[in-house]
Design a protein around this ligand. Structure first.
Ligand code: C2O
Ligand code: CU
Length: 509
């Protein structure tokens, strides 16, 4: 069942006995049988929590935003798609932490939509999940999103309706703060995206159908080799490697940086030796990127918006939904900035050029850089800064979420259940819980939680709203339940989400 299948607003209440088996082990949890009531988005606790976010001297920032049909020029190949403000990506929103953001949104699409503010721990009723936090916004209808923006950092927004995540509806949102203790001379936002919409008639819907159909044919084949690619494998003509099946199912025709293919690269200009902050966003649907800059090292400063103790590396990996901020101090010259898809052909590329350089720009068209195979950033070893360290006591209990499913029938789920048939993960306001994400499948899953950030385990583990879980591996994270409401917790692979790899983080009382 797809997550937008429930179109009505009067959502059913999940009244579940505490300690429900499918949620896994409850360590020292309350063992009573009393029914607990879900704290819905309309609950006064949501308003009360919002009031606590208000800071003195904050302002209101008003933005008008339209979603609609648009055409996208991919180096001369024009495709019809959908986007915000007639552009792909949509216009970046900039706001100060603590300010109230008011987005007057109008849906000019032919289908219903909502906007989800990925990574921002905002009030539940503005989170943009249809049937869970708000009614879907019909064609021709408007909706005003209004919320206090809590934390500085790099975020993005996108619809939360079916396969629209694999179209052009996405844009960055950058939250600034005078308290951000990082100094840089200039900055650029690079949004990576795997693109198929409108190319040779491809659509996300057809791609999904192919995945389901091919998965079925692959049944009993023992392993996934050969069955993994959907949509466009007829164009690729090659064999599918093992890593391909681990990292993604779909071979994309193009990989874009800020809506531009390798044939039409964006150039970021900066003074040689100056500190350039790059805000990297993976808005892709089924592609994990590895980013590097030719001839340069980078210092990683933020993960999913939150600061870490800086780490110098050659290359960083970003799964779908993740953001990484890096600082680069370019030496004089023209340097390729390249995001290669893990286990897939192609590349997304842009150019970094210092202002003193007169060299001719030679765009990179596909080959990996030497830096891609040097020191890879490891987020499990990163430390949150003192200020960004997750607060609260040590977890009183541990909840295991098994990531389940496979290509054979293209059913993806959590604890063996697809969304709609899921058991919510219940928490009480104020508690800190450990969540163990255990990947029992043969593919990677970037697990994303709404309205919160996980802390990776260990002393001062990095704060992340999207955590990549490798095949056969488990990741334990801590979650502080400090934002009442009903929240999605799901895989950020668009096709896995559509197939039901999602559950609900549900505050109960
Ligand atoms: Cu960016 Cu529910 O996701
Ligand atoms: Cu997944």
């Amino acid at each position: 069942m797809s997550m937008d299948a429930t179109s009505g607003w009067s959502r059913r209440r999940f009244l579940v006995t505490s300690g429900a088996g499918a949620l896994g082990v409850l360590v020292g949890g309350c063992g009573s049988d009393k029914k607990r009531e879900a704290i819905e988005a309309t609950n006064s606790a949501v308003v009360k929590r919002e009031r606590q976010r208000r800071v003195a001297g904050s302002r209101r920032k008003v933005v008008d935003l339209v979603a609609g049909a648009t055409s996208l020029d991919l180096a001369g190949r024009v495709v019809q798609t959908v986007g915000y403000g007639g552009a792909v990506p949509g216009p970046e929103i900039r706001v100060q932490a603590g300010d109230e953001l008011e987005v007057r949104f109008r849906n000019e699409l032919s289908t219903p939509t909502t906007i989800h503010w990925h990574g921002l721990a905002i009030r539940n009723d503005m989170d943009g999940v249809p049937a869970m936090t708000q009614p879907q916004i019909g064609p021709g209808k408007s909706f005003t999103y209004r919320f206090i923006v809590p934390d500085a950092g790099t975020y993005w927004f996108h619809p939360h309706m079916g396969l629209d995540l694999d179209r052009g509806l996405y844009a960055p949102i950058v939250v600034e703060s005078p308290d951000e203790s990082i100094d840089y001379d200039s900055e650029a936002t690079l949004v990576f995206d795997d693109w198929l919409d409108g190319i040779d008639g491809a659509t996300p819907e057809q791609t999904y159908q192919n995945l389901v159909a091919k998965g079925g044919m692959n049944m009993g084949g023992g392993g996934m080799g050969g069955g993994g690619m959907g949509g466009m494998d007829h164009e690729m003509g090659g064999t599918i490697t093992e890593s391909m099946t681990d990292f993604g199912d779909v071979a994309y025709s193009l990989h874009l940086v800020n809506g531009r293919p390798p044939e039409d690269q964006l150039t970021v200009e900066a003074a040689a030796g100056s500190r350039v902050r790059l805000r990297l966003v993976n808005a892709g649907s089924d592609t994990v990127y590895r980013f590097a800059i030719g001839g340069q090292r980078m210092t990683v400063t933020h993960l999913d918006g939150f600061p870490i103790e800086p780490v110098k590396v050659d290359t960083v990996r970003l799964s779908m939904g993740e953001r990484v901020d890096v600082i680069v101090q370019p030496t004089s010259g023209v340097w390729p900035m390249q995001a290669v898809p893990e286990g897939k052909p192609g590349s997304a590329a842009a150019i970094l050029r210092t202002s003193d350089s007169h060299a001719t720009v030679t765009p990179t068209m596909g080959d990996r850089l030497a830096e891609h195979d040097r020191r890879l950033f490891d987020d499990t070893k990163a430390k949150a800064t003192e200020a960004a360290t997750l607060k609260g006591d040590f977890p009183g209990r541990s909840i295991e979420l098994a990531l389940t499913g496979g290509m054979s029938s293209y059913t993806w789920g959590i604890n063996g259940r697809s969304f709609g048939d899921h058991r919510p993960l219940e928490v009480e306001h104020g508690e800190r819980v450990q969540v163990v994400l255990r990947n029992n499948t043969m593919m990677v899953h970037p697990m994303h939680v709404h309205g919160h950030t996980f802390a990776l385990s260990g002393q001062r583990g990095a704060r992340k709203d999207t955590v990549l879980v490798y095949p056969g591996k488990a990741v334990s994270v801590d979650l502080l339940a400090d934002n009442p409401g009903q929240w999605m917790l799901h895989c950020h692979n668009t096709y896995h989400l559509e197939a039901g790899m999602a559950t609900e983080l549900s505050y109960v009382q």
